[in-house]
Design a protein around this ligand. Structure first.
Ligand code: CA
Length: 85
C-alpha cells in the first residue's frame, strides 16, 4: 500500500473529516472489516489497539502519522516485505 493509498484509506475511516480517527470511527471500520473475514475481535481488544496507537494519548484520536505506523506494523512485514523480495 502506497502512502497515497493509505491517505485515501485514512480519509474513508475519518468519516467526519476532522483529520483524526476517533474511537467510534475506528471501531466501526475495523469491526466491519473483521466481520467480513468471519473473525471476531472484542471491543476491548479494538480499544486496546486504538490506545496503543494513539501515541500522544490525546484521546482526541489517531492522526495520519499514527495510522501510518499502525499500518506499518500490521502490513509492513507481512505484505510489503513479500512484495519487496
Ligand atoms: Ca474523525
Amino acid at each position: 500500500m502506497t502512502k497515497a493509498e493509505r491517505k485515501k484509506a485514512f480519509a474513508l475511516i475519518d468519516k467526519n473529516n476532522n483529520g483524526t480517527i476517533e474511537f467510534k470511527e475506528w471501531y466501526k471500520h475495523f469491526d466491519a472489516l473483521i466481520r467480513k473475514k468471519n473473525a471476531t475481535m472484542t471491543a476491548e481488544k479494538l480499544l486496546g489497539l486504538y490506545k496503543a496507537y494513539d501515541k500522544d494519548g490525546s484521546s482526541k484520536g489517531i492522526d495520519f502519522e499514527e495510522y501510518n505506523s499502525f499500518m506499518d506494523d500490521v502490513f509492513g512485514t507481512a505484505v510489503e516485505g513479500i512484495v519487496a523480495e
